[in-house]
Design a protein around this ligand. Structure first.
Ligand code: BGC
Length: 467
């Protein structure tokens, strides 16, 4: 072959590869709308509840139930999502989820009374529970190894942006008390999510699992360019041949370390207290003496923005420095800021500047979460389980995550009354130290490993740290 021809062939191959990568980014952005809806739907209630409480004359107990109904729905979604993700496929399930998101939004917007509203929030919650892990699952299965962390973290960026957008929407509609519009607006991203998903391919890994190797080959050609297809395909086929795909495999001793890592990180992500801030930031600021409502709201938006910005930083670092260093720095920062926050509440000498110390330490706390524990948990959950039971295994971790989320949401205010504010924050601080030790001793480094290599590691019966 002459030299120019060779050059042309190389150029064409590079172009196909670059096109494939662009297509993966597009598919990731569409799937990440699931993350954005997750964030929007958990954030929107904080502003809406003020007006709902008045219009429906809710008692404090009922108000709490309205706020946490979405968590109950998420738990339902986490339970049913795993089996559906393995049976229907990731993409088809996400399309269904987009419809459920839309239904929940319209339902809440039209609610004539409390019972209806509760039902609509449980429906929206179900969609959140499914999207919370199936979006990362899909992204992780189409991603090239070297940018898998970055791509899956885009979902967490979308999630944190969804929270900020919901605060801003609440703020915009607060003047007119138009709480129904706050819910209704979620229909827009839900429609974009559902329509966008129609145009992206099925996960090649799921296709192989279902016996459609030819379709998987075609998808891989589209997203990797023609060159690398056969190697990746045979790696996936080899891994499928190693498992039966039974529920019982979740309990197999070889998989036990992976189950412990997934469930442990799931619980750690919640019981270190992140959602006390996401759900109650204005309340914490009020505790700290920031009495003006607009300053409290502004401070909450500030916390939300820090959450987005530091998640963007994590996204850039996660494939370079790896998951473990980010996780360890993150938990250390969280522990430290929680101790400072507790101290600020406990020392009367500081009471004059308490408000600002509280704002600063909450910013450091949320920033620390965002640079590690936030994105790393959902990423790792999507990486560490064998293909044939990935949906179901992820669902177990997701159930643990949402259960712990509910527990923290329901106990935070009571804890501040029973233990006092300083001890409550110190408690989360001590738990963060426990989580640091867990991460240090048990969490593997998955950077640069293909999903199939990670699987083979467990099959060989090796310790997580040896990966
Ligand atoms: C957590 C959520 C949390 C959010 C905040 C997610 O990774 O799972 O519980 O509200 O991060 O950014």
């Amino acid at each position: 072959m002459d030299l120019t021809l060779l050059k042309e062939v190389r150029l064409m191959k590079n172009k196909a590869k670059a096109d494939g990568k662009r297509f993966v980014y597009l598919a990731t952005a569409i799937s990440a709308l699931g993350g954005m809806l997750f964030g929007y739907d958990i954030g929107v209630i904080s502003g809406a509840i003020l007006f709902i409480q008045k219009e429906f004359s809710l008692s404090p107990g009922m108000e709490e139930i309205v706020v946490s109904s979405v968590l109950l729905g998420s738990l339902v979604g986490a339970v049913v999502g795993g089996i559906l993700a393995d049976r229907l496929g990731r993409r088809r399930l996400l399309i269904l989820t987009a419809l459920v998101f839309g239904l929940g939004a319209i339902g809440a917007a039209l609610a004539p009374g409390t019972a209806w509203l509760l039902a609509a929030r449980v429906v929206a919650g179900t969609a959140i529970g499914i999207a919370s892990f199936v979006a990362p699952l899909y992204i992780s299965e189409i991603a090239p190894v070297d940018i898998r962390g970055k791509l899956v973290s885009i979902n967490q960026v979308a999630l944190t942006s969804g929270i900020v957008i919901s605060y801003l929407v609440d703020y915009a509609f607060a003047g007119s008390q138009a709480w129904r519009w706050m819910f209704a607006l979620a229909v827009i991203p839900a429609a974009a999510f559902g329509i966008g998903l129609i145009f992206i391919p099925n996960s090649p890994r799921w296709l192989v699992d279902r016996g459609h190797a030819d379709q998987a080959r075609a998808v891989l050609k589209r997203i990797r360019g023609p060159e690398q297809v056969e190697g990746e395909l045979s790696e996936i086929q080899h891994s499928v041949a190693q498992q039966k795909g039974h529920w019982s495999e979740l309990l197999s001793p070889l998989l036990r370390p992976a189950m412990i890592v997934g469930i442990g990180l799931a619980i750690a992500q919640q019981i270190t207290g992140i959602n006390t801030v996401i759900y109650y930031a204005p309340t914490i600021f009020r505790f700290a003496g920031l009495s003006s409502a607009s300053v409290a709201i502004l401070a909450s938006v500030g916390v939300g923005v820090v959450n987005v910005v530091l998640t963007l930083v994590a996204m850039q670092l996660i494939d370079r420095v790896g998951r473990r260093p980010l996780l360890l720095v993150s938990l250390a920062g969280m522990a430290l800021s929680l101790f400072v926050l507790g101290l600020a509440f406990s020392l009367p000498q500081l009471s004059g500047s308490l408000g600002w110390i509280a704002v600063a330490s909450l910013m450091v706390y949320v920033g620390s979460f965002a640079v590690g524990l936030g994105p790393v948990f959902w990423l790792m959950l999507s990486e560490i389980y064998p293909l044939r039971i990935r949906g179901r295994a992820m669902s177990v971790g997701t159930i643990a995550n949402w259960s712990a989320n509910l527990l923290v949401a329901l106990s935070f205010l009571t804890l501040t009354q029973v233990l006092g504010k300083p001890a409550t924050f110190w408690l989360y601080g001590v738990v963060s130290i426990g989580a640091w030790l867990f991460a240090f001793f048990l969490v593997p480094e998955t950077k640069g490993r293909s999903l199939e290599e990670i699987e083979a590691h467990w099959r060989a019966g090796k310790h997580p740290r040896a990966l």
